[in-house]
Design a protein around this ligand. Sequence first.
Ligand SMILES: Cc1cc2nc3c(=O)[nH]c(=O)nc-3n(C[C@H](O)[C@H](O)[C@H](O)COP(=O)(O)OP(=O)(O)OC[C@H]3O[C@@H](n4cnc5c(N)ncnc54)[C@H](O)[C@@H]3O)c2cc1C
Length: 367
Amino acid sequence: MRELAAEAEDVARAAALSLPFPEASWLIGFDRSFTEQLGKRGWIGMTWPIEDGGHGRTALERFVVYEQLIRHGAPICAGYFADRQMGPSLLQFGTPAQRKRWLPGIVAGTSMWCIGMSEPDAGSDVGSARTRADRDGDDWIVNGNKVWTSGAAHADWCYCVVRTDSSAAKHAGLSDLVIDMRSPGISVHPIKDMTASEHFCEVNFTDVRVPGSNLVGKENSSFRQLMRQLEHERGGIDRLLSNYALYTAVRSMIDPATTRDPVVRQELAHIEAGYRIGRNLVLREVLQQAPHGFSAATKLFCTELEVQIANVVARLLGPAAMLWGPDSGLGGRAAREVCYAPSYRIMGGTAEILRNIIGERVLGLPR
Ligand SMILES: Cc1cc2nc3c(=O)[nH]c(=O)nc-3n(C[C@H](O)[C@H](O)[C@H](O)COP(=O)(O)OP(=O)(O)OC[C@H]3O[C@@H](n4cnc5c(N)ncnc54)[C@H](O)[C@@H]3O)c2cc1C
């Protein structure tokens, strides 16, 4: 494992040089050729069965590789969503023909996927999704709008939640459709966030024809499938390490005299302890030792630490953290994280929603 970790660290450090900063590289670090390199190394679909085109390695090996890639800021986002959740969903709910059709491109790092869940009036409550798919012979015709769709401008495929039965109860009439992003009728509009990144998008579907064979799992069963998919989305190491490189860089330049400051010491102790707890929580998910639904707690704990890191690092850097732009060094990175880190608590389920899940589904508390 140590050799694998060292190899992944070398690969990550070299690749990160191509980016202006290493933060959130799993979400915004886009580099198709690097993703193809990962495919050639056998680092996509690592744990998937060999008969499905995967590499049959252990969950711990995948953890070791992705911990290094994300920690050091490798630009992995072109392949990451598919590796983290689309591939596992296809393995669990897809037909043999679907697995044969889509998994090889994911494993090779040549096909990029985006996640089409959120809509303008259906974020936390995906059951309110209104993007609809209506039958037309063997095909589906899709109309509606998705929003905050990360990477949609570059994606080849969208794993999309659509309403297939408008008369059913709101959580019961949804299905999963894989949509070719080059289909006529799709328009993608990148949205600029407050850090000037344009990685997420609005996606409009107007009479988009999708073959019936692209329906994944059972018709009108998306909600159950989605709960499984979100477990993959919430319990991984990406939720802990989005800005850890910034923390270690700032930590290494702290003057020992400053470190004697009790307030600074306490803040650093919180982060150091929190990082170790968060890593163990993720490992429990990876090794499938966590209770069902516990990924909500794992994601909540880890992303709150990421927000804390952004704020502590900015306090430690002082006025330098008011600088902005690519040439402003660690200060600029800290300023960017102060603005960006709150999104870690939103994407993949907000902190409030995760607290609801922990209360209701994990602890069984009354509503
Ligand atoms: C950087 C980033 C990337 C993203 N990428 C994607 C992507 O690739 N694909 C995708 O589909 N989505 C993506 N999202 C969207 C994300 O999943 C949603 O933003 C999130 O689910 C919240 O939905 P919303 O923004 O509509 O907020 P709302 O659901 O409108 O919530 C607004 C506020 O109300 C609170 N709230 C809502 N309901 C409750 C409740 N029942 N109890 C207590 N509080 C409540 C929320 O916690 C939040 O604070 C991304 C978001 C971000 C920030």
